[in-house]
Design a protein around this ligand. Structure first.
Ligand code: AMP
Length: 278
């Protein structure tokens, strides 16, 4: 496994790669969710490239960029075990060289609602770094988690709009045994916070049950999820029942939908989601 820190080095290594190339973009501090993406890329591609880059452009002013958890040594050991071929870990000035001004900004509900509304500039940062990674790495396949359901849809739109021929693959959310969606940010949680954070997956499970029993009124689903979160003392950023493709808010669950949650447990912001199939 090689580690590469420069765009020039990555470009040369990509030129030398034969067969299909799979890319797994991450911000490091890897967990089983990330590793499931690496395994999927490993199973489908000849060369597996994992990027580790804590992208300053996708963090807001008051967010956790400065304290985002990092453990490079552990990440590299995990990736070696998974059989990754290349780890691309550029410093910020490689990704955003002086004078960089090639921002990618998508419009419409897919990018402007939910995370787009609560984290202004977030998807501009995500879309820009992913477009840049795609141009340097030129992957045939890129693996992303459904954990960040809106991000996945933003990236699908971006590849379509930019005419990139990369196959964007979305993979299921990996959870802790008790239901908490794995996240690098879970290390921020206190024992009490971690217990309260379980309300997110509980709210999702309850919604799945209601829909399986025939509930189709989206406002009842939203209300049920809100009640669960409020009872756990968790601050709500949004509770949304949205069309799976367009992410437009639904009144009736008459097509495949996502229940998307964003909540604050103390200073830790968590997101989670599930599919609701009518
Ligand atoms: P991050 O390092 O948080 O930017 O995540 C990198 C990639 O891993 C993204 O595509 C995420 O959606 C994905 N990911 C993060 N957590 C999970 C999880 N619990 N299950 C599946 N994929 C995940």
């Amino acid at each position: 496994m090689r580690t590469i820190t420069t765009v020039a080095g990555m470009t040369t290594a990509r030129d030398a790669a034969t067969g299909t190339v799979g890319l797994v973009p991450t911000m490091g501090f890897l967990h089983e969710g990330h590793l499931s993406l690496v395994r999927s890329a490993r199973a489908a591609c000849d060369t597996v490239i994992v990027s580790i880059f804590v992208n300053p452009a996708q963090f807001g002013q008051d967010e956790d960029l400065g304290r985002y958890p990092r453990d490079e040594e552990r990440d590299l050991a995990l990736l070696r075990d998974e059989g990754a071929d290349i780890v691309f870990m550029p410093p910020p000035e490689e990704v955003y060289p002086p004078g960089f001004d090639d921002w990618v900004e998508l419009r419409g509900p897919i990018a402007e609602r939910l995370e787009g509304e609560h984290r202004p500039g977030h998807f501009r940062g995500v879309a820009t770094v992913v477009a840049r990674l795609f141009r340097v790495v030129r992957p045939h396949r890129a693996c992303f988690g459904e954990k960040d359901a809106q991000q996945l849809r933003v990236i699908r739109r971006l590849t379509r709009d930019l005419g990139l021929s990369v196959d964007v693959v979305g993979l299921p959310i990996v959870r802790e045994p008790d239901g908490l969606a794995m996240s690098s940010r879970n290390v921020y949680l206190t024992p009490d916070g971690r217990a309260r954070a379980l309300s997110l997956s509980r709210a999702l499970a309850e919604a799945e049950r209601l829909v399986s029993e025939g509930e189709r009124d989206a406002s009842n689903i939203r209300e049920s999820a809100r009640r669960t979160l409020v009872a756990a003392g968790v601050g709500i950023d949004y509770v949304s029942v949205a069309g799976e493709e367009t992410l437009e808010e639904l009144e009736t669950i008459d097509r495949p939908a996502l229940l998307l949650l964003a909540a604050r447990v103390g200073a830790t912001r968590l997101i989670d989601n599930t599919m609701l199939a009518p």
